[in-house]
Write a protein that binds this ligand. Structure first.
Ligand code: NAP
Length: 370
């Protein structure tokens, strides 16, 4: 009897569903896909959405419910289903909240920047990695889509398993492949940070794109074109590219991809990946260290960096953390304090969601200057 791999997808939101659709559509071999969500209705809805319009997939899909709270224990799911891949696509922060509601919480997010959400984005990724470490170890690969440019370094600093992230640099590479269809996303090598999804402020380094070993000059104009696309379109592209990539990974192929947070590095890199592991693969003209320094600079501009097993806050993120009593006079906390910070953010969010927006901000996009 042939071994049938199991892929656990944590989440029932837009990213998880689109990724699941691509995986189900592109699966080349029998695969069990398990959708994990917080209610029976959301799981059933995601499963329906994933299977609609494809009747001949070799994949089999099922769902189960779990409480994705701060203390969630994913070991029972791991023990029961023994996946070879866990894909974290859900967190306690929805990126769409700022688009659909206006209250004190969303105006705080506009002021404090994306880094402010890092503890909330870490919750399920950390709990998934802990469950993998306790139950499966190296038998199971962990891919994280939730702010991987920052959460993956946190996982590494906590000594938890993480192969790489999904989306972000992969999303930009998939978008470039749309613009240059003869190239194909996996022929382009790209180093980019989550922050490059928006126009980088004047004077800061843009993403690097190579064709073979040749650095593509003047890529900024094309990337700026991509950055005008609605974020939901970009996220859809990234999630589809991720599902397609996972389907190929399961065939046992060794793949050249562009993925965020490989092995817990900040930012995204070209990588070589198969089911045994993932390695950054930087063209010889640029050292890994030089790119790491650049990515860390972007991380600081986004408000958070992981350094010396500490979470270090910067800029507006730091000021808002201070103002809201989440840090005393320090700018850093030990990485193990991530859950305490997530708990504080949940309490703050509960209070602020029912208050009107503060007068301090406009409805514009969060500023990204540093
Ligand atoms: N790497 C990338 O390129 C990329 C792109 C897009 C999104 N993301 C990340 O992926 C994650 C999900 O984003 P999405 O686009 O799928 O957003 P979404 O459609 O709004 O889905 C949010 C997901 O989080 C769950 N959730 C929301 N609030 C929660 C809470 N308080 N407790 C537990 N679960 C909660 C939702 O569960 P229900 O379904 O039960 O409501 C849903 O599964 C976010 O962390 C986001 O930053 C990454």
């Amino acid at each position: 009897m042939h071994f049938v791999p199991t892929v656990v997808i944590l989440g029932t939101g837009a990213f998880a569903t689109t990724l699941g659709q691509a995986l189900y559509r592109c699966a080349e071999r029998p695969t069990k896909i398990l959708i994990v969500g917080r209610t029976t209705a959301r799981v059933a809805y995601a499963v329906r959405n994933i299977t609609t319009a494809v009747d001949d997939s070799p994949a089999h899909i099922d769902g189960t419910v779990v409480d994705f709270g701060i203390d969630c224990d994913l070991c029972p799911i791991m023990n029961k289903h023994q996946p070879c891949l866990v894909v974290t696509c859900t967190s306690l922060h929805s990126p769409y909240e700022v688009n659909y509601t206006t209250n004190r919480w969303t105006s705080l997010l506009h002021t404090a920047g994306f880094g402010f959400t890092a503890p909330l984005q870490s919750v399920v990724a950390v709990r998934a990695a802990e469950a993998i470490k306790r139950t499966a170890g190296r038998q199971c690969m962990h891919l994280n889509a939730c702010y991987p440019d920052l959460v993956n370094p946190l996982l590494r600093a906590l000594d938890l398993p993480i192969a790489c992230g999904l989306g972000n640099v992969g999303t930009l590479a998939a978008a470039l492949a749309r613009i240059y269809p003869t190239l194909g996303a996996n022929k382009l090598a790209m180093a980019a940070h989550h922050r490059h999804l928006k126009n980088p402020p004047v004077g800061t380094a843009d993403a690097l794109v190579w064709l073979g070993d040749r650095l593509m000059p003047s890529i900024t104009a094309t990337l700026n074109q991509v950055r005008q696309w609605p974020r939901s379109r970009l996220n859809g592209l990234g999630a589809t590219a991720s599902g397609t990539f996972i389907a190929r990974l399961l065939t046992g192929e060794r793949l050249h991809e562009n993925l965020p947070g490989p092995l817990g590095l900040h930012g995204g890199y070209p990588v070589l990946i198969d089911l045994d592991g993932c390695q950054p693969e930087v063209p010889s003209s640029h050292g890994l260290r030089a790119i790491d320094l650049q990515h860390r600079q972007h991380a600081r501009c986004e408000g958070v960096e992981v350094k010396d097993r500490q979470i270090v806050f910067h800029g507006d993120t730091l000021s808002e953390m201070h103002q809201h009593g989440m840090l005393t006079d320090r700018a850093r906390v030990p990485v193990h304090d991530w859950a305490k910070m997530a708990q504080q953010l949940l309490l703050l969010r509960e209070t602020y969601r029912i208050l009107p927006k503060s007068g301090r901000t406009t409805e514009s996009e969060p500023t990204d200057e540093c």
